[in-house]
Design a protein around this ligand. Structure first.
Ligand code: GUN
Ligand code: FE
Length: 431
């Protein structure tokens, strides 16, 4: 992950990164890259640094009204008791508009520049989230949720309609030619999706060349249920595979209890796993073995999984990912805990890989979009204190462990400022 304390970063007219260089030889750089001294610049204040924006590879925008509540039962009971009733409320356009406005604002403030969102079964409300991301300036995958079995009578679809509504949503969203928002095909998970639905959704994803997201091997009760529903399949992951849902554009959340064969399958199909530690603790699922996934060449990113995860902040997800990896290490000493910088990679470039956007975002490589955060460990009301002994790396670590929104003083998505606090540095021209 690239962290810049002092340097020169050049953007072209379309806000793509042209170069990142050491700032000490400005005159030479001006000569080499042919930019004027008064080009768009950001003069960072002391202690401030620039880093890539956080990428949340799995978040239920529709569960934000429940964030921080109801974390007292395992997945299947939790869905029935708290989650399905709240999602059903998104049939009401005003409820949806209000909730989606709040979740996009909340995640942007926390430094999340790109999200892969689940909505609800409602197409109209899903379009509201698309519009909200565009208006507030967040990069996003938005997926209308599909479910046609084992769901409450007030919150379920008919198979063909679920496929038709998904296709209509995908078409309409692609037709916007949005720079920021892409539709994603979203079968909720195997227990609520019939074989016919899963197959139909796989066809839609292929026809429009759009990504796919779902949940896999999250919780023991769920996995047992999937085994009973599909006794002919060799594993939970195999169910998705036989329905044509595993490919390099697929994001599978959790993967807490993946078998050796499943890890090999996900690796062979180039599927990305969204690790959501807050949720895995919150709704008692277990602990994902990220090191093991990496050793099997499975791509891994981080997700908040609001509201199985209590926090919409990726910093919280990052912290719990580090803790979770230590818990795994206690149980299996051969699996080393994640280093802090590995966690930061998961939260940025790892997420970009999982979303298939590694050539677009995730760090400051030339050609990528400028999705970035200016972090100020000494901002107004900062929860962190900086001491004379602190090196650059100490300030970064303090932010990652003890910082929050108050330290994220500017957020850029696609080269534009989408959040700005009073301690933000001056910008020379309109970003
Ligand atoms: N599996 C199916 N639906 C959900 C959901 O909404 N959250 C989580 N964490 N797992 C799921
Ligand atoms: Fe989820």
């Amino acid at each position: 992950t690239q962290l810049l304390e002092d340097g020169v970063l050049g953007l072209d007219q379309s806000n793509r990164i042209v170069f990142v260089e050491d700032g000490s030889q400005l005159a030479l750089l001006q000569d080499r890259y042919g930019f004027a001294a008064d080009a768009r610049t950001i003069q960072l204040k002391p202690h401030q640094f620039l880093m890539p924006g956080f990428i949340d590879t799995h978040i239920h925008a529709s569960q934000y009204p429940n964030a921080g509540t109801g974390l007292d039962m395992p997945l299947l009971q939790w869905l029935e008791t708290y989650t399905f009733p709240t999602e059903a409320m998104f049939a009401n356009p005003e409820f949806a508009q209000n909730a989606y406005e709040k979740v996009v604002q909340r995640t942007l403030r926390s430094g999340t520049t790109a999200c892969s969102y689940f909505t609800t079964i409602h197409r109209e409300a899903s379009t509201t989230l698309v519009e909200t991301c565009e208006r507030l300036g967040q990069r996003a995958y938005v997926g209308k949720v599909c479910m046609d079995r084992n769901s409450p009578s007030t919150y379920i679809e008919v198979t063909n309609e679920s496929i038709r509504e998904t296709e209509a949503f995908v078409q309409a969203t692609l037709a916007r030619n949005s720079e920021l928002v892409t539709p994603i095909v979203t079968p909720r998970f195997v227990p609520t999706c019939s074989s016919q639905l899963m197959t139909g959704l796989g066809e839609v994803a292929r026809r429009y060349n759009v990504p796919i997201q779902s949940h896999v091997s999250e919780n023991a009760g769920e996995i047992e249920w999937v085994r009973q529903l599909h006794p002919q399949c060799s594993s939970y992951s195999d169910v998705y595979d036989v329905h044509g849902l595993l490919n390099s554009k697929a994001i599978m959340a959790h993967g807490v209890h993946l078998s050796e064969a499943e890890m090999q399958l996900l690796s062979a199909r180039k599927v990305g796993v969204s690790h959501c530690p807050c949720s895995n603790y919150g709704i008692l699922s277990g602990i994902c073995r990220v090191r093991d996934l990496h050793q099997h060449n499975v791509k891994v990113g981080l997700g908040t999984d609001v509201s199985g995860g209590h926090s919409p902040a990726m910093l919280e997800s990052l912290r719990l990912a580090l803790i979770a990896s230590k818990t795994v290490h206690f149980q299996e000493p051969a699996l080393a805990p994640l280093r802090l910088y590995e966690g930061l990679h998961l939260a940025t470039l790892g997420g970009a890989e999982v979303m298939g956007l590694q050539d677009q975002i995730g760090n400051f490589a030339p050609g990528k979009h400028f999705d970035a955060l200016i972090v100020d460990p000494s901002s107004i009301d900062s929860p962190i204190d900086v001491f004379a002994k602190d090196k650059f790396s100490d300030r970064v670590e303090k932010f990652l462990f003890n910082g929050d929104d108050r330290n994220i003083v500017t957020v850029f998505v696609n080269g534009k400022v989408v959040k700005r606090l009073a301690s933000a540095p001056a910008l020379t021209a309109d970003f």
